[in-house]
Design a protein around this ligand. Structure first.
Ligand code: ADP
Ligand code: MG
Length: 728
C-alpha cells in the first residue's frame, strides 16, 4: 500500500476515545457559565444599567454613553473573575466564518505597570481594518477602516481566555459587510409587520419574534485520512473516489449506535456548548456512514444564528482534539447523502403564542391560518429569492441529488391543513358570506387543533415543509450561515404581512366585517399561491415535469440562481424595507459571484494537481508492470503469449485511454480557466466558470474513478471511500 495511505490507516487503528469528564453530572450546574446573560447582568450591573440594557434588547433602544460605561465595567469584572485576560468583538463577515481580533484588558499605569481596563468605547465600537474582508467593491481602497458595533441582543461570552462581544460589521461609509446587520433589519421588519397583523386578533401583542431551530448535519473523518486527501483538506469535499461497495444502501447507519470515539467528541462538544449557553438537545447518526446530526432547542433567530456560527467553530476545534476533522460541506462524498442545515422557523408573540401553531379557539385559529397562508404566499411570490439565499457552489451538488429537495421551491402542508385551505377556497365566496357559510367555516376552523394534534404527516422530501408548529426550510446547506436564508425569509414575510394588512384594511373600510375581510383576502392568497403547494415526492422526476407545468421555477445553475438577488422584485423588497441599499446589494451579490468562481477555481486547481501528480504516475506505474508481465509471457511462450495476456493487454489499453482522458481534460480545463479569468465582470465570470470550467470536474473525475478500480490497491495513493467512510 502506498506509504502515505498505509501510515494514515495505521494512525486510525491506534486511536483511543478521548473521554472528557464535566465537573458535574447535571448540565444545569454549568449551563451558560461562560455567558454574560441576564442573571449575571443583574448581579454585576446597577439596577439602572441593567434596565437600560434590557430596553436595548427588548425594544431596540440605543445605549447611552454613561450607561455603557457601567455595563463595560460590570462585564469586565465578571469576565476577569472568570479568568479572561482579553476581549474581542466577534462578528460574521461574508467569508462564511467568524472573525475576531483579541486585545488584552491592559492599560499602562504611571508606575510602569498595568491595570485591567475596559472602556465603554472598547465595548461599543471598534475599528478593524476592513480591507481584508470581502465587500464586493463597497470599500474603496482609500478608506480601509470598518466598524464593529455591539449587538446587546446577543450576550457576550468567554471562550478560552477571551471575552467575546457579538457585533455587527459595517464599512466606514455605513454599508453592512456582514451577515448580522441585514438579519437584524429583517427581524425588525417582521416584528413590526406581524405585530400589526396580530392586532386583528389580540390587542395585547406588542412584539413578535422570529424563531429559528437549526439542525446541523455533518461528517466526521479521521484527521490522518483527511490529511492524506488533499482534495478534502483544500476544498472540503472529495473531488475523486470510486463509490465504496457498501455505503448507505442497507440503511443501517441512521439512528444507529454512535461509535465510541465520535460519542466522546460529542460529549466534549456538548459540554463546551452548554457552558456557552447553546441549548444543544438532539444528536444522532445520519443516513450516510460517518454522518451525524446535532440540533438545539430553537431560539430567537438572531441568537440562534450566532449560536450556529459559534457551534460550528467549536466543532472544528474540538473535533481536532479527538483526532477528527468535521466536514460541513454539502456533498463531501459523491452519490451518498450530503449535509443540510434545516432551518425550522416560526413567529411567536410576547404573549407566548406561536403564530404558526394552531390555537385553542376559533379566534386564534384564524390567526394561525393567517400566518400559515401568508407564509405560503411569501414562498410562492419569492421562490427565486429564497433559492438565491441558499445557492452556493457546494449546495448545488446536494440539491436534487436524490436525498435533498431539488432547486424547485414548494410547500408541503400535510393533508389536514391542505384540506382546510381547499375548504376555504370553496366555501368563502367573494360576495358576502351567508350565516350558514360562516358557521360552517367557524366549525371547520374550530376543529384544527384536534386535527393537528395527531397529525404525524411528514414529508421529508419537501424544501419547505409545515411541521405542526413551524415551517422547515430544508434546502439550506450544511456549511452556510443561516443568516442569509433567514434574512430573506423574514424580510419577504414582513413584506407579505404589510401587504395583507393593507388589503384587509381596505376591505374593512368598505364596510365588511373584520373576520370576513380576513377570510376573503386569505382565500385570494390560497388561490393565487396554489401552485407552490405540493404534497407528493419532491425527489421524483414527475415532480420536475409537474412543477414546470405549474410555472414554478427550477434554476439549477448557481450564478443564475444568485441573479435573483438583483431582480426588480427583489430590489423593491430590499429597498422598501431598508434591508439593503443599492450599494450593499450590489456589493453582496458581487461577493457571492466571486465566491462561486473562486470555489470552482480552487477545485479545478486541486483536481488538476492531484490528477497529474498523484493519479497519472500511479496509473503509469501499474501499466508498466502489466507491460513487463506481457513481455515476460512473450519471452516464455513466444507468439502464443497473446492468448494468455489478452486481458492484460486490454487493461494496458484501458489505462492509456483513461490517462489520455485525464491529460486532455486537465489541459482543456486550464485553457478554459485562462479565457474565463480575463473577464472583469464578476457575474459574467461566475457564469463562465459554471458553463465552461465546472463541467471538467466530473469529466476528469470519471477517468480517475475508473482507474481506481483497475490499479493495484497496493500503490493507490489516496485513502478510498471505504476507508474515509468506515474508519472512526
Ligand atoms: P426533526 O429531525 O424531526 O425535524 P429535530 O428534533 O431534529 O426534528 O429538530 C427540530 C428543530 O426544530 C429543533 O431545533 C426544535 O427546537 C425546532 N423547533 C421546534 N418547534 C419549533 C418552532 N415552533 N419554531 C422553530 N423551531 C422549532
Ligand atoms: Mg427536521
Amino acid at each position: 500500500m502506498a506509504v502515505i495511505r498505509f501510515k494514515a490507516l495505521e494512525q486510525v487503528f491506534n486511536r483511543k476515545p478521548l473521554h472528557v469528564t464535566p465537573p458535574s453530572d447535571k448540565i444545569s450546574d454549568y449551563y451558560a457559565i461562560n455567558v454574560f446573560d441576564k442573571e449575571k447582568m443583574q448581579k454585576y450591573l446597577s439596577k439602572d444599567a441593567f434596565n437600560h440594557v434590557m430596553d436595548a434588547i427588548e425594544k431596540g433602544t440605543t445605549i447611552d454613553r454613561r450607561k455603557a460605561d457601567a455595563v463595560a465595567s460590570g462585564m469586565k469584572a465578571w469576565a476577569t473573575e472568570r479568568g479572561a485576560t482579553h476581549y474581542t468583538h466577534w462578528f460574521q463577515p461574508l467569508t462564511g466564518g467568524t472573525a475576531e481580533k483579541h486585545d488584552a484588558f491592559i492599560q499602562p499605569n504611571q508606575f510602569g505597570g498595568v491595570v485591567e481596563a475596559f472602556s465603554s468605547s472598547a465595548l461599543s465600537q471598534q475599528e478593524p481594518d476592513a480591507s481584508s474582508f470581502p465587500s464586493g467593491g463597497i470599500r474603496n481602497t482609500f478608506e480601509a477602516r470598518g466598524y464593529t458595533a455591539w449587538d446587546p441582543a446577543s450576550p457576550a461570552f468567554i471562550i478560552d481566555n477571551t471575552l467575546s462581544i457579538p457585533t455587527v460589521f459595517i464599512s466606514y461609509t455605513g454599508e453592512a459587510l456582514d451577515h448580522k446587520t441585514p438579519l437584524l433589519k429583517a427581524l425588525n421588519a417582521v416584528d413590526k409587520a406581524a405585530t400589526e397583523v396580530c392586532q386583528y386578533f389580540d390587542k395585547n401583542v406588542t412584539k413578535v419574534q422570529a424563531n429559528l431551530g437549526w439542525e446541523q448535519e455533518y461528517f466526521m473523518v479521521d484527521e490522518a485520512l483527511y490529511y492524506a486527501r488533499p482534495d478534502l483538506a483544500l476544498t472540503g469535499r472529495t473531488l475523486m473516489g470510486h463509490a465504496s461497495s457498501k455505503d448507505q444502501q442497507l440503511d443501517d447507519h441512521y439512528f444507529g449506535s454512535i461509535p465510541e470515539r465520535v460519542a466522546a467528541f460529542m460529549h466534549d462538544l456538548e459540554f463546551e456548548a452548554y457552558k456557552l449557553g447553546i441549548p444543544v438537545k438532539t444528536r444522532h447518526n445520519e443516513v450516510a456512514p460517518n454522518q451525524y446530526e446535532l440540533a438545539p432547542v430553537f431560539e430567537e433567530c438572531n441568537l440562534a444564528v450566532d449560536h450556529n456560527a459559534l457551534l460550528m467553530d467549536l466543532m472544528k476545534k474540538i473535533s481536532r482534539h479527538h483526532g477528527f476533522r468535521v466536514l460541513f460541506h454539502e456533498k463531501p462524498f459523491q452519490a451518498i447523502n450530503g449535509s443540510g442545515k434545516h432551518n425550522n422557523w416560526s413567529l411567536s408573540t410576547d404573549t407566548g403564542v406561536i403564530l404558526h401553531s394552531p390555537g385553542k379557539n376559533p379566534k386564534s385559529n384564524l390567526q394561525f391560518l393567517t400566518f400559515v397562508v401568508n407564509t405560503i404566499k411569501t414562498v410562492f411570490d419569492h421562490q427565486d429569492l429564497l433559492r438565491a439565499s441558499i445557492a452556493t457552489a457546494a449546495n448545488a451538488h446536494r440539491l436534487g441529488a436524490h436525498e435533498a429537495p431539488p432547486a424547485i421551491l414548494s410547500c408541503f402542508l400535510g393533508s389536514e391543513v391542505s384540506g382546510m385551505l381547499d375548504q376555504i377556497e370553496e366555501q368563502v365566496t367573494s360576495k358576502k358570506m351567508t350565516p350558514d357559510e360562516k358557521t360552517a367555516l367557524k366549525l371547520d376552523i374550530g376543529k384544527i387543533p384536534e386535527i393537528l394534534l395527531d397529525n404525524t404527516d411528514r414529508n421529508r422530501t419537501s424544501p419547505f415543509a409545515f411541521t405542526g408548529n413551524r415551517f422547515e426550510f430544508r434546502a439550506v446547506g450544511g456549511s452556510s450561515n443561516p443568516a442569509a436564508p433567514m434574512t430573506i425569509l423574514n424580510a419577504a414575510v414582513a413584506r407579505q404581512l404589510i401587504e395583507f394588512k393593507k388589503e384587509v384594511d381596505d376591505l374593512i373600510e368598505t364596510g365588511i366585517k373584520k373576520d370576513e375581510a380576513i377570510f376573503q383576502i386569505l382565500r385570494e392568497y390560497i388561490i393565487a399561491s396554489k401552485a407552490i403547494r405540493f404534497e407528493g415526492d419532491n425527489y421524483s422526476d414527475d415532480w420536475i415535469k409537474e412543477a414546470k407545468k405549474r410555472g414554478l421555477t427550477n434554476v439549477i445553475d448557481v450564478p443564475e440562481a444568485l441573479s435573483a438577488y438583483l431582480s426588480d422584485k427583489s430590489k423593491k423588497l430590499f429597498f422598501d424595507l431598508g434591508i439593503f441599499t443599492e450599494a450593499e446589494l450590489e456589493g453582496r451579490t458581487e461577493v457571492l459571484f466571486e465566491q462561486y468562481t473562486k470555489k470552482i477555481q480552487i477545485e479545478a486547481r486541486v483536481l488538476g494537481d492531484l490528477a497529474i501528480n498523484h493519479i497519472v504516475p500511479t496509473a503509469v506505474k501499474y501499466q508498466n508492470r502489466l507491460m513487463e508481465n506481457v513481455l515476460g509471457l512473450k519471452e516464455i511462450y513466444g507468439e502464443s503469449y497473446k492468448e494468455l495476456a489478452g486481458n492484460r493487454i486490454e487493461l494496458i489499453k484501458e489505462i492509456s485511454d483513461h490517462v489520455t482522458g485525464i491529460k486532455v481534460g486537465v489541459n482543456e480545463m486550464v485553457e478554459a480557466r485562462k479565457v474565463t479569468n480575463k473577464l472583469k465582470d464578476e457575474k459574467e465570470k461566475a457564469r463562465e466558470y459554471s458553463n465552461t470550467v465546472a463541467p471538467f470536474l466530473n469529466r476528469i473525475r470519471y477517468h480517475i474513478d475508473k482507474l481506481e478500480l483497475i490499479v493495484d490497491d497496493e500503490i493507490w495513493p489516496l485513502p478510498k471511500y471505504r476507508e474515509l467512510l468506515f474508519s472512526s
